[in-house]
Design a protein around this ligand. Structure first.
Ligand code: MG
Length: 161
């Protein structure tokens, strides 16, 4: 009746790419590199949802050598995974997320991310938490080489609420 999943993702920062996190375009001179739009937070959420469903990972469902997913809006992938959640008879109870980034400052964008996500995830914004942290200059995130994200999600059977 109750399931938990964890997701983690990381993408490299590169010139000439838009920075898209949590479905929002964030002003910055670098963006995340990937086969899709490289939305690191949404990829972590997708893996959290698939983990809770015991249905593998994002790479199994959206292979990064498939041209169909080239530069795809990760929100579309999230919508497809939400169809699986519903097909299996679950709804999201809550999710908690942490984005690890030295720059840019993400705090001003968190409210917008939560609003964007609540629509696709079909839950209220008070069921979504998004935190942003730095690693105080340590590691690949600290050096500004990339951004990573963690997501923990809980699902409940939809006839249970
Ligand atoms: Mg990814």
């Amino acid at each position: 009746m109750f399931r938990i999943g964890i997701g983690y993702d990381a993408h490299r920062l590169a010139k000439g790419r838009p920075l898209i996190i949590g479905g929002l375009k964030i002003p910055y001179d670098l963006g995340l590199l990937g086969h899709s739009d490289a939305d690191v937070l949404i990829h972590a959420i997708i893996d959290g949802l698939l983990g809770a469903l015991a249905m593998g990972d994002i790479g199994m469902h959206f292979p990064d050598n498939d041209p169909a997913y080239k530069d795809i809006d990760s929100m579309i992938m999230l919508e497809k995974v939400m169809e699986l959640v519903k097909r299996e008879g679950y709804i999201i109870n809550n999710l908690d997320n942490t984005i690890v980034a030295e720059l840019p400052k993400l705090a001003p964008h968190i409210k917008g991310m939560k609003e964007r996500l609540s629509g696709v995830l079909e839950i209220r914004t008070n069921q979504i938490n998004i935190k942003a942290t730095t690693t105080e200059g340590m590691g690949f995130c600290g050096r500004g080489e990339g951004i990573s994200a963690f997501s923990v999600v809980s699902l409940v059977k939809s006839n249970n609420v």
